[in-house]
Design a protein around this ligand. Sequence first.
Ligand SMILES: C[S@@+](CC[C@H](N)C(=O)[O-])C[C@H]1O[C@@H](n2cnc3c(N)ncnc32)[C@H](O)[C@@H]1O
Length: 371
Amino acid sequence: MKKSQKDMLPHSEAKVSLLEKYLEAFLAVIANDNFTKAIHAFDLFAGEGIYPNGKAGSSVTIARQFMRLKQARSNAESCPDLYLYFNDRNQAKVDSTLEALEGNGIGEDSGIAISPTCDKYENILPNVVSKVDSLGDEKSFIFIDPYGYKAVKPQDISRLLKGGKSEVLLFQPTQFLFRFTQSGTPKALSDFTAELGQGKKWPENLDIWGYVNHVRYLFSEYVGKNYFVDIFTIQKDPSTVFCLFFFTSHIRGFEKMLDTKWKLNESTGRGWHFEQYGDTLDLFHTPQINPLQNILIESLNEYPLSNGEAYELTLRSGFRPTHCVEVLKSLQNQGKIEVTLSDGKKARKGSFYINYENFKKRPARVLIKIA
Ligand SMILES: C[S@@+](CC[C@H](N)C(=O)[O-])C[C@H]1O[C@@H](n2cnc3c(N)ncnc32)[C@H](O)[C@@H]1O
């Protein structure tokens, strides 16, 4: 048995920690939206439950977040109904996850509906797709955490996203993919990259970061403009990088994911360095927002941006609205941009309206252009 199958390794802990922090933020938003009646979480490669070293795996982590939400909403008028479906092809793991859930007080009486299955992902997927397709005023969250790259195909992600009611978190051992594309490509991988690349030529001489960003770009092209894609990297050592891909059709959910990521690594928002794993991720917690400045200037050089467009561009570039405001303030202070209201008058200095509320209700409140 591989060590990773026994104990939870630190890079897996980082992965589950991201899942936990993201769910904490996501569930609070959904539970307060006065619309969502039920939340369905699917853990399709569930694993052990609790590992021998005491660390909680994904299903227990999701269930704990559900319990937390229930407790937080115990005085509120309502809480969405909560459903956890978990699956593993190994019956012993399904049993140990059930046991771990019960050990955490998450059983029949907890108010969370638990549905375990023991089957291959390939067999379960059509049921999950039809379930998420049939959702009404409900949301779903799907966690896909295979050992390798073979089981999951790009089209699976599109199928899961199609109804616009789901968020998908996909763990990929990018490093293995990278090694394979560097040195002869096995069939499953060439199928994966061919499907993802849709006939485009794969760039040569990419380093691992270039590779990860390219896969992110291909995924966003593949799923299309209605969806948002982001990555979170977990660097185990200088040559080993794992990657979590995050997909959603909800810009608000996407913003929450980015918040979580930036909280975990305040200087680049990029991901987790294994050596820095723990509380002290960076020496200086200064966000590196230069890339965003370049992106905004490049875009403004082509055409003016409304506050709604600047908000969306910022998120799609992997940055937070606060970063955008910081960049715009600095450009404004240098006299490089002009900001006008919809009636053509000059906007108040420092007012850019880069946030979700304005994106939704007043996306053209101001226009930002090169001075
Ligand atoms: C990386 S582990 C999952 C870890 C788990 N998500 C956690 O956080 O603890 C992958 C799991 O997928 C299961 N598995 C592997 N191939 C599978 C398949 N084709 N269908 C369903 N489960 C599979 C394995 O038994 C293993 O428990």
